[in-house]
Design a protein around this ligand. Structure first.
Ligand code: CMP
Length: 162
C-alpha cells in the first residue's frame, strides 16, 4: 500500500444537482480524505487545456462545452492507493457499464455528463493536481514546517496535519 494523492473533479452536472456532499461522502466512506478543494467555473479554453490529451477525439468539443457549463469542484484526495481507489469509487466512464454503488452508476447522466473525473496514473495525478492547485495549497507539510508558520503558532494550531 502506498499513500497517494490524486485529482478528483465533481463535474457541472453533479454540482448543479447539489450532489457534491453525497459524492464527497462516498470518497470519505472508502478512506479517501479531501486535502485540498476549490469550487471554480472554467472557461471553455481552460477546460480544453485540462483535457488537452483528448483534443483530437470526436467528443472533445462537447466535453469542453459541458465542463465550462457551470461550476466544478476540484479536489485533491489522499489515501492508500488513492489513484486506483478513486477510479473504483467513480466506476466506468460510461455509466451504463458502471457497477452498482459507484458514483457514475448512481448519478451520471451520460458518457459526457458523467459526474466525476479522476486521474488515471501517478504522472497524470501530479500534472492534474498542479493544474488546479499551488504547492502551498497541497503540501501541508511544507506549510507546517515553513518559518512563517513557526512564527505564527496560532496558525500552526489550526492547520495541523491529520
Ligand atoms: P473523464 O474521466 O473526465 O475523461 C475524459 C472525459 O471525456 C470522460 O470522463 C467523459 O466525460 C468524456 N467522454 C465523452 N465521450 C467519451 C468517450 N467516447 N470515451 C471517453 N470519454 C468520453
Amino acid at each position: 500500500m502506498s499513500l497517494e494523492k490524486t485529482l478528483s473533479i465533481i463535474k457541472p452536472d453533479a454540482v448543479k444537482r447539489d450532489l457534491t456532499g453525497k459524492i464527497i461522502a462516498m470518497f470519505e466512506e472508502k478512506g479517501l480524505r479531501v486535502v485540498a478543494q476549490k469550487k471554480i467555473w472554467l472557461s471553455k479554453e481552460q477546460a480544453g487545456s485540462f483535457y488537452d490529451i483528448h483534443r483530437d477525439r470526436p467528443f472533445f468539443g462537447e466535453l469542453c462545452e459541458f465542463m465550462s457549463s457551470g461550476p466544478i469542484v476540484a479536489q485533491v484526495l489522499q489515501g492508500d492507493n488513492a489513484i486506483e481507489l478513486n477510479r473504483e469509487i467513480m466506476g466506468a466512464t460510461n455509466p451504463e457499464q458502471a457497477e452498482a454503488g459507484t458514483i457514475r452508476k448512481e448519478f451520471a447522466l451520460s458518457m459526457t455528463e458523467n459526474s466525476a473525473h479522476g486521474s488515471d496514473s501517478p504522472e497524470t495525478a501530479k500534472q492534474e493536481i498542479r493544474f488546479f492547485f499551488s504547492g502551498l495549497e497541497v503540501d501541508f507539510a511544507a506549510v507546517f514546517f515553513s518559518s512563517a508558520i513557526l512564527n505564527f503558532p496560532k496558525f500552526e494550531r489550526t492547520n495541523k496535519i491529520r
